[in-house]
Design a binder for this molecule. Structure first.
Ligand code: ADP
Length: 432
């Protein structure tokens, strides 16, 4: 992996770590805030229960009303109710093990508290509660030392536990807002993270393609010089080979003639390659002019004398585009040459079709098609899978299409084979 390739995972890791730390901070703040609010609420409920219990102890008939208290009850050891208001139950299950007292449950809109009265651990904790003085040095309760409710102290009349339901509407709303806010912040941060990763990747791709095109420009310059330098010696070699070919008579001369033919063949190939590279490097739109594709295509196919099939011959109506006909011919020649190399029989098909605002020249063949993993690469200059290929044909054809405002694309054929679509913008007044 090179540096550029390593940079992306490093960036994702770093951004992910930062996101993790920020999220951990947000959530720990939210949870601790929630904890504080809950503690405060518990304290409030406890305080309310103490106030009510105290009021009950001083005068069971004068327990004050607190509008946050939805229910309040005092119960004896066997669970029967001694005092009850609001939603308080008729009986309370008093736990045997003191460890499970006090109990607190927070529901959607209220908190329920069950707690013992009086000191834990004594035989009759309720008695301690009833006999307690309000303040150190203060007066004993009105019935302090007297039997509670006019009855003698017994387990069934001695207050043992209280039950309180406390309204927490405000707390529930705050808790929801807090958790909702934190969830929203989490989603927003995740969104920012994804956006950053995408932007980073897009930026890296742009940088990569900028570097590639700069390299291609340099390569193009080098190729231009090379082609120029190659053409002259090739001309000289051809002339010399032609002289050799004219030799005749002796056996040695015949051998030299055969070799000269080989030289000629290779020189021709090299010259052809040099020409194609030069064409490719020319770029630009050439001499673009208004061209009627339908009749132009008929003439083009005729040049291949039966090697090509033309579909949609009965279609009528002009198909105007703006392009340099020579360069278009060059581009289509490359597509047809590839199609013929892939499968000459049945003859490749050429068609003209209208799609939206484009005219499409479609070249299809019944050959093997392009393997899916190569589809992205076949338009790169100098990419070839052929032994004597140059890898320039498709790059050149695409360049011609693009410089005329169109595109060249590959489509696979459902039954196998390749389809190349060269599209060009339709000119005004030509739509059917
Ligand atoms: P070349 O023909 O010299 O290889 P091209 O640029 O024309 O260069 O084509 C590049 C590659 O695209 C070919 O080597 C081949 O792998 C693939 N290709 C092009 N046309 C076809 C086709 N009709 N069927 C299958 N593969 C094709």
């Amino acid at each position: 992996m090179n540096n550029r390739a390593r940079a992306f995972p490093r960036f994702v890791l770093l951004a992910g770590l930062t996101l993790g730390i920020v999220l951990a901070l947000v959530w720990s703040m939210v949870l601790s805030e929630r904890g504080i609010r809950r503690l405060y609420l518990e304290f409030e409920a406890y305080r309310a229960s103490t106030v009510l219990a105290e009021a009950f102890r001083l005068s069971p008939n004068l327990v004050p009303v607190d509008n946050r208290v939805l229910g309040f009850g005092i119960y004896s050891q066997d669970g029967s109710v001694l005092f009850r208001m609001g939603t308080a139950p008729g009986r309370l299950a008093i736990p045997v093990a003191p460890a499970s007292f006090p109990k607190m449950r927070i529901g959607a809109s209220s908190l329920i508290l069950e707690r013992p009265l009086g000191p834990e651990g004594s035989d009759m904790p309720g008695m301690g509660f009833m006999m307690r003085r309000s303040r150190p040095g203060g007066q004993p309760p009105p019935f302090g030392g007297r039997p509670f409710g006019g009855m003698g102290f017994s387990l069934s009349t001695m207050p043992r536990a209280l039950w309180l339901e406390y309204g927490i509407g405000g707390y529930a709303r705050q808790r929801l807002a807090l958790l909702g806010g934190a969830a929203f912040a989490t989603l927003a941060l995740l969104g920012v993270f994804i956006l950053l990763v995408r932007l980073y990747r897009r930026n890296a791709e742009l940088r990569e393609s900028e570097i590639r095109s700069r390299e291609l420009v340099q390569l193009g310059e080098a190729a231009r010089t090379l082609v120029h330098e190659i053409k002259n010696p090739l001309g000289v070699i051809r002339i010399q080979a032609a002289t050799l070919k004219r030799l005749g008579g002796s056996e040695a001369a015949e051998k030299a003639r055969a070799k000269a033919l080989l030289i000629d063949e290779e020189v021709l190939r090299l010259a052809g390659l040099a020409d194609r590279i030069r064409e490719f490097l020319k770029g630009g739109e050439g001499e673009a002019r208004e061209l009627e594709l339908r009749s132009w295509l008929r003439d083009f196919v005729a040049r291949y004398s039966g090697q090509l099939a033309l579909s949609g011959e009965n279609d009528t109506g002009p198909a105007w585009v703006r392009v340099d006909p020579e360069r278009l011919s060059l581009a289509l020649d490359n597509l047809v040459r590839n199609a013929l190399e892939a499968c000459p029989d049945p003859a490749p098909d050429v068609a003209l079709a209208r799609r939206g605002r484009q005219w499409e020249l479609v070249v299809s063949d019944d050959g093997p098609g392009v393997p899916a993993e190569l589809v992205q690469r076949i338009f790169e200059p100098f990419f070839t899978t052929k032994e004597k290929g140059t890898g320039i044909g498709l790059a050149l054809a695409r360049r011609v299409a693009r410089s005329a405002g169109g595109e060249l694309a590959y489509r696979s054929r459902p039954g196998g084979g390749a389809v190349f679509v060269l599209s060009l913008p339709a000119r005004r007044g030509t739509s059917r």
